[in-house]
Design a protein. Structure first.
Length: 392
């Protein structure tokens, strides 16, 4: 039987790799999971009422585009947060951002760019869905280091012109997973200008946008509006997983130009799985409420302060600007993760599992990613154990 070759060099996904690394070793203490970005703060308490009021919707096939109540809630949130006034034709409801970040590339990437194989630019390290999308559509993925030297953001602006002329899509994650860096307005303006000059689209993964220290991170919709850029130039992806502590709801959206959204909708009508109608009502209620988001953000701000105190004397420590991951420097990420598990029972993710080696350099090799999702009292104990084990 013949199988496709396009995935032959795709590494094992991060979490199966981690299980293979750790699970045949005994933990050195009570296990503490700090690997996956699964929020454990309180869900919005009013959502059970909303779900119960719309249970009859499970008896109907849901709409592909999204129910009016959900589209209106998303429109309202985008207007309040970014000052952008969109219509329902600018929006597509998603089963979380991963689906959208993957399928948008299928719907929008051309087969050729200037007669050549198109390039998709990806930050390195990165969310792994970006790479798989490139391979499925036959584009050439180019991984651009996002290291301390570039502010933990990819330096797309200094790539060769001949490379940029072949680019069809650029992925950017801000706040960044895993580093917690923020693409400020100037960076986004420069990137949009670059997209206009070299005719590519920007896919902005902004699902951590509501978890930050002090200042709300800017978004591409806001900056594109201020610049008067072509609405088709940018797509913004958001989710309730992090904002509202609802990873199991699998609810997000993509916002962009009318033609881009039309094409995404068309593909999804054939191959997508719309969010069940009762869950769309739940999502609408979550987008319409900010009080629970503010409470959750306050807890993360306490966690930032806690991490800053515990790791203050660690050489190279940089607290995240946003998001809920620590990106901690170590000599070797895999060795550190294994040692931490064997000595303390704490599970973290080696940074190399989130990045690619290019020209002999893997920008994640000397890092571990630590998800600060546990309750703060448990988090303090775990971070102190981690600090004493990794940085004695």
């Amino acid at each position: 039987m013949a199988f496709p070759e396009r995935f032959s060099n795709l590494p094992e996904y991060a979490f199966p790799r981690l299980r293979a690394l750790l699970d045949h070793h005994q933990p050195g203490g009570a296990p503490v999971a700090m690997t996956i970005g699964e929020p454990r703060h309180e869900m919005p308490p009013f959502l059970a009422e909303v779900l119960n009021a719309h249970l009859d919707g499970f008896a109907r096939y849901p709409t592909n585009e999204g129910i009016p109540a959900l589209l209106e809630a998303i429109q309202g949130w985008i207007s309040r947060r970014y000052g952008a006034d969109l219509t329902p034709e600018n929006l597509m409801v998603l089963n979380g951002t991963r689906e959208g970040l993957f399928n948008a590339a299928l719907a929008l990437c051309p087969e050729r760019k200037h007669g050549q194989t198109p390039i998709i630019l990806t930050p390195n390290p990165f969310y792994q869905a970006y790479a798989v999308a490139s391979l499925v559509i036959g584009a050439e993925p180019v991984y651009v280091p996002a290291t301390e030297a570039s502010g933990h953001l990819p330096d797309y602006m200094n790539l060769p012109a001949e490379t940029l002329d072949r680019v069809a899509i650029v992925y950017i994650c801000s706040p960044a997973n895993p580093q917690g860096s923020v693409a400020e307005a100037e960076y986004l303006r420069d990137l949009i200008t670059l997209a206009q000059r070299h005719d590519f689209q920007i896919f902005a993964d902004e699902c951590y946008s509501e978890i930050y220290r002090d200042t709300p991170p800017p978004g591409v919709l806001q900056i594109a509006r201020e610049m008067g850029a072509d609405p088709e130039r940018v797509l913004s992806f958001h989710s309730l997983s992090k904002r509202s502590n609802l990873p199991g709801l699998r609810s997000g959206f993509v916002a962009g130009g009318v033609e881009s959204i039309r094409r995404i909708r068309q593909l999804r009508a054939y191959a997508g799985a719309p969010l069940p109608e009762p869950l769309q009502h739940v999502a609408a209620a979550a987008w319409n409420d900010e009080a629970h988001v503010n409470r959750s953000r306050a807890l993360y701000q306490q966690k930032y302060a806690l991490a800053d105190r515990i790791f203050a004397a660690v050489p190279g420590y940089q607290g995240p600007e946003a998001g809920f991951f620590l990106w901690l420097p170590v000599e070797d990420g895999e060795a550190a993760a294994l040692n931490l598990w064997q000595q303390t029972g704490i599970r973290v993710l080696p940074g190399a599992y989130l990045s690619r080696e290019m020209e002999g350099f893997n920008p994640g090799k000397k890092f571990i990613r630590v998800a600060m999702v546990t309750p703060i009292d448990e988090l303090e104990e775990a971070l102190r154990r981690l600090r004493n084990c990794i940085y004695p």
